[in-house]
Design a protein around this ligand. Sequence first.
Ligand code: NDP
Length: 452
Amino acid sequence: MTYDFDLFVIGAGSGGVRAARFAAGYGARVAVAESRYLGGTCVNVGCVPKKLLVYGAHFAEDFEQAQSFGWSMGKANFDWTTLITNKNREIERLNGIYRNLLVNSGVTLLEGHAKILDEHSVELGGNRFSAKHILIATGGWPQIPEVPGHEHAIGSNEVFFLPQLPKRVLVIGGGYIAVEFASIFNGLGAQTSLLYRGELFLRGFDSAVRKHLQEELTKRGVDLQFNSDIARIDKQADGSLHATLKDGRRIETDCIFYATGRRPMLDNLGLENTHVALDDRGFIKVDEQYQTSTPSILAVGDVIGRVQLTPVALAEGMAVARRLFKPDEYREVDYRMIPTAVFSLPNIGTVGLSEEQAKEEGYSVSVYESRFRPMKLTLTDSQERTLMKLVVDAKTDRVIGCHMVGPEAGEIVQGLAVAIKAGATKQIFDDTIGVHPTAAEEFVTMRTPVAS
Ligand code: NDP
């Protein structure tokens, strides 16, 4: 049987584009369908614009601290429209780069909504296409709990396009997006509250990291309210919002931003025409090689809900392209020791196990911790402190967890992740000469365990 394409990719986000380009590079005939924007969540309403807003928010403290280094300046003013316009222009540039990458690698780009008709056919814009393999890479979508009045709230799709910076913001959730946007809004000058339903936000991160960030955000003036959740939202005649909490308290604000996780994007995808099965959380179920319950249909990225991170989707997309079209170069994605950063202010960088996870997994651990005031701040009034922590397997001396809260934590942890993935022991850390004077050198000078 001959097909129109060897691979039909649905979704031109991180995972889909990577799979499409590499497959085409291996000589496959590839189509990619995209109904919204090239580059997917990461480029359009995720990592990239978020990081630009974080940079924008950081200037507030840069201006203030510069005065302790002898700079004087007039009153700094912030203009939201300028930031958003410039951000939009940069995203348009990136959309164009994605388009060129695809077209130049020989991929057929089809703009419109693709619906699967059967295990080898897809419909788009009234046309039917056949393909030997179909790859679902449709990503995720913000999930907003259906509390009464939730239509007055926004999610992470809208937050990047707010017409103006709200004076008061209520961020709901305690994950990556919630703490990052609480930092952005606070840095840009909005009166910011973060409401989290549990005891302490960032569940799953090392408890020292969670507590440290709690302290640092509080110092910066973010109003953190844990064990709190919204029962209903009412819009007032003046446009402001009243959030009634489950404990009866009321909060008045101008913007309610839900950052309460992301669901798989399966809307009108035609899965009912296939045997593709979902897992108990509703994500597409795949085997170790990203094959769904329909063998000709594969899935990667946020839609499989394994690890919702761009670099993981890239690795999965590449693995699929290789498995299908360059099997001698196929390598399984290694999900152990994935480094990650939360771009809160200050940043979190982490790789490997938290102290709690290590103990749960039966390791006996030695823990090394350092807290200090970054050198850059010693001339200023800022009381911000940095946290660095290593979790070491006491039996083998291997470093199994590395955590940091402080400036450039993501940049620092990326380098350390290579050593840790290579199996570096604490002795190797100790034998490594520091780069002086840096914050990062603290990771190779911690000598006495705080706990073991
Ligand atoms: P997360 O899964 O990280 O966090 C969701 C948060 O919302 C949790 O604190 C959760 O609480 C809470 N929550 C979930 N449902 C409800 C509800 N019904 N009512 C109240 N609170 C609720 O999701 P995010 O939306 O922050 O981000 C989605 C994913 O995107 C992340 O998991 C991450 O993988 C990725 N991402 C990565 C970034 C990075 O690499 N820097 C940046 C942004 C996103 P609880 O803990 O109690 O379950």
